[in-house]
Write a protein that binds this ligand. Structure first.
Ligand code: ASP
Ligand code: MG
Length: 421
């Protein structure tokens, strides 16, 4: 069997949903499980709705209406018969949010977030599943929350693998012999049946979980890019498609911030030796990239850019060395403030990191660091990571820039840079 994953961009409008149907017709992969994200920018919209509800700024109902209108518009194009049962199905799905909004926010933010934001995936999968059935492409809609078991770390829930594997293996193999199964990415549930989410962009990871538990032949992620490129076209004019990638290189690239695949996706596939294919839903006739077991190194250097970086340099006040007890204290503070380190550099008397700028988290972190250390902070920097670097590629990214911090190890070079002038 195979797993296909369609992200939000692929189903952002009615044409996207029709295109998805065309891709299924074109490929006919045999037994198939399809994982789908929320349509377009729905997750961002529901996130805003959740913030509005929690801060009680009065905008929650307007944002809910926007989400309804957006989905309604897609429904109108896909189902001209306005009496089609899908209209009620979608209205009832929104009721889950309406119920929450009727009460004042009492629960914790992260819990509420998951209850609200998860609705995006329920909507998209219901629409796509119903549409495909209406075309005669018979499929079953599956509630991923009955299969993906997690802890209750809301917004970043950890998967309980043994339980999830049991759940999936108990039902899915026989369901898949009957027809294609359509389910949601990104969501799971706790042992008390509360909805959780796996972290933003987590649908790729869901596809990998199902694939691993079902020993799939392959996972295909359908994207708006031709495959894995050696740089993000957002920052680079000339990009090249990487046709073949080892699991290790894919893990490294995503670890350093390549956004084409969610970083958690690759390891479970590597463990089971399941190939991951990244293909374009815009040009489904092209092959894309295959990530699999392969000894070779990448034929070309790859670049990963992160903008809006903050450099935090930490020095002990008493000029003592940066030793284990300082470091463990520093890491504890980063962990407590949920600030992820993108690059770190340790010297005898200082410890430096680069982190994503965040108006709320960073000032709080810096205040707590200052209780014990001298801390300097510089914002507005860029972090460039080059996998398989050479001097030419380094020179290229340093035009009109200077290095604040540099770390080289093995095949990877990371440079935190500032624009000159
Ligand atoms: N809809 C979720 C998000 O936008 C999950 C995903 O797209 O993978 O983060
Ligand atoms: Mg998405």
């Amino acid at each position: 069997m195979q797993v296909y994953k369609f992200g939000g961009a692929s189903v952002k409008d009615a044409e996207g949903v029709r295109n998805l149907a065309r891709i299924l017709k074109l490929n006919q992969p045999g037994q198939l499980l399809i994982v789908i994200s929320a349509m377009g920018k729905t997750t961002n919209l529901l996130e805003a709705l959740c913030n509005a509800y929690f801060s009680e700024n009065g905008e929650a109902t307007t944002l809910l209406q926007q989400a309804k209108d957006y989905h309604e518009h897609i429904l109108h194009e896909l189902f001209p018969d306005h009496k089609h049962p899908v209209y009620d199905l979608i209205a009832n799905t929104f009721v889950e949010i309406e119920w929450i909004l009727e009460e004042e926010p009492q629960d914790e933010f992260d819990y509420l977030y998951d209850q609200i934001v998860s609705v995006g995936e329920l909507l998209s999968t219901r629409i796509v599943s119903t549409y495909l059935n209406s075309l005669g492409y018979i499929n079953q809609w599956l509630d991923a929350r009955n299969y993906i078991s997690t802890d209750n770390n809301y917004r970043d829930a950890k998967v309980d693998w043994p339980k999830t594997e049991n759940n999936i293996q108990a039902d899915l193999p026989s369901m898949l012999t009957e027809s294609t199964v359509i389910t949601q990415g990104f969501i799971g549930s706790t042992s008390e049946n509360f909805t959780t989410t796996l972290g933003r962009e987590g649908s790729d990871f869901t596809a990998a979980i199902f694939a691993s538990c079902l020993n799939a032949e392959a996972v295909t992620i359908w994207k708006d890019v031709p495959g894995v490129l050696n740089a993000d076209p957002k920052w680079f004019d000339q990009t090249e498609l990487i046709k073949e990638l080892s699991y290790l290189d894919a893990i490294e690239l995503t670890y350093y911030g390549a956004t084409v695949i969610h970083p958690k996706t690759i390891k479970p596939l590597q463990n089971k030796n399941i190939p991951l294919i990244v293909r374009s839903f815009l040009k489904p006739e092209t092959i894309g990239t295959v990530v699999h077991q392969n000894q070779g190194t990448l034929p070309i250097p790859s670049f990963i850019f992160k903008v809006n970086q903050v450099h935090i340099a930490i020095l002990p006040k008493d000029f003592s060395f940066i030793v284990e007890d300082n470091l463990s204290h520093i890491f504890t503070l980063f962990h407590q403030h949920k600030v992820k380190i993108n690059m770190m550099h340790n010297s005898a008397v200082s410890f430096s990191v680069s982190v994503d700028d965040d108006e709320t988290k960073i000032p709080l972190l810096v205040t707590s660091l200052k209780e014990r250390y001298d801390v300097s902070v510089e914002a507005g920097l860029e972090l460039v990571t080059i996998r398989y670097y050479n001097q030419e590629t380094i020179n290229r990214v340093l035009i009109h820039k200077e290095i604040v911090l540099e770390v080289k190890n093995g095949y990877t070079c990371q440079m935190l840079i500032r624009t000159i002038g």
